[in-house]
Write a protein that binds this ligand. Structure first.
Ligand code: PMP
Length: 361
């Protein structure tokens, strides 16, 4: 059984060497006679795995010391809700920038807790661009400004960290974390579900500037309290140890490959290859996103004739190119090309697309 190139948006492809190591350690981890998932999260073995993962993530992302790192269950969606409970007073305004589907879900999650204001949205133009930060209408007493760095479905991305004039910036980096260097010190908080660039689904990473933890927030159970999670080192209850362990292997792999600078170079080359193939197809393929906002991670594209979609999907799958079907919100196709997608995978996709267009053009 050969592994294929997998363009899934998340859960997404993982580095083969990471999967091989996890396979090798599955029955017995590090000579202890049991797998790491069969051991207590509070035992010395998992504590070592957890500490190593955090240290490697800190090194990988150059996380400053005044930021806490959490590894929690619940996914990015739970984080979206808890951000409001932890960092806004009941009914306090909070600014939301909506550049695609996930910006909208973020508002849905906080609606019971804050007065969510839409500081800017590109919905009117079908999310084909991101609202420039210069056009954001910020509320002076907003608890924070939330934006989605990369919109996984609409394929639009902010390439610069927006300036928010002394406001607290919160970024959803679920689908672009670790894809290029990022100045974390510009943020109050960033969060990401692991299942795109960091590992398997099941663990969510939060990077929180410690002074935010002094905010009172709203009445909440201890398990919903980030301050308590920081104090408890992400072990208030049993954490998702397998996912944390696997994410740790991915962090080490990224460091060994040359870190985020190297991934930025690779990701730039991969995205250019794919967008050039789309733009150079004489209209056979189309991507509608404004050039400056095109995502390097998720590339939605459409065939000029939708009647060819089923054939495109069947033939690409037969050619070893998996999961190119677009999200149901947009239709068409989508290629997710995260860090773990090798350049050879994008080359194979582009070769297939050119061949398909030649045969059906
Ligand atoms: N934000 C973004 C940008 C996403 O891509 C996703 C998932 N695709 C989510 C939030 C929701 O993440 P989860 O399913 O982990 O809750």
């Amino acid at each position: 059984m050969a592994r294929v190139f997998n363009f899934s948006a998340g859960p997404a492809t993982l580095p083969q060497s990471v999967l091989e190591r996890a396979r090798d350690e599955m029955l017995e981890w590090n000579g202890v006679g049991a797998s790491i998932v069969e051991l207590s999260h509070r035992g010395p073995e998992f504590m070592e795995v957890a500490a190593r993962a955090e240290a490697d993530l800190r090194a990988l992302l150059s996380i400053p010391d005044d930021y806490a790192v959490l590894f929690l269950a619940g996914g990015a969606t739970t984080a979206q809700a808890l951000i409001a409970l932890n960092f806004a007073q009941p009914g306090q305004p909070a600014d939301y920038v909506v550049s695609g589907h996930w910006g909208k879900t973020a508002i849905k999650q906080v609606a019971p807790y804050v007065d969510a204001r839409i500081a800017a949205t590109s919905e009117d133009n079908g999310f084909h661009d991101v609202p420039p930060p210069s056009t954001w209408t910020l509320t002076p007493d907003a608890a924070y400004v939330h934006y989605t760095a990369n919109e996984t479905i609409h394929g639009v991305e902010y390439r610069e960290v927006p300036r928010v004039d002394g406001g607290t910036l919160i970024g959803d980096f679920s689908s672009s974390i670790a894809s290029e260097p990022l100045d974390i010190s510009r943020f109050g908080l960033i969060y990401a579900g692991a299942q795109k660039n960091l590992g398997p689904v099941g663990v969510t990473v939060l990077i929180i500037r410690r002074d935010l933890l002094e905010r009172e927030g709203q009445p909440r159970a201890e398990i919903l309290d980030y301050r308590a999670h920081v104090r408890g080192e992400s072990m208030l209850n049993t954490p998702p140890t397998w996912n944390w362990y696997l994410a740790g292997l991915v962090f080490r792999w990224m460091l060994d490959e040359g870190g985020v600078e190297e991934f930025a170079r690779r990701n730039g080359r991969k995205a250019a290859l794919l967008y050039d193939a789309i733009d150079g197809s004489s209209g056979f393929y189309r991507n509608d996103v404004a050039a400056a906002a095109r995502s390097r991670m998720n590339v939605p594209f459409f065939l000029h004739d939708e009647a060819l979609n089923a054939e495109f999907l069947a033939e690409s799958k037969a050619a070893g190119l998996l999961a190119l079907k677009g999200h149901r919100v947009l239709g068409g196709m989508r290629a997710s090309i995260y860090n773990a997608m090798p350049e050879a995978g994008v080359q194979a996709l582009v070769d297939f697309m050119r061949d398909f267009a030649r045969r059906r053009g």
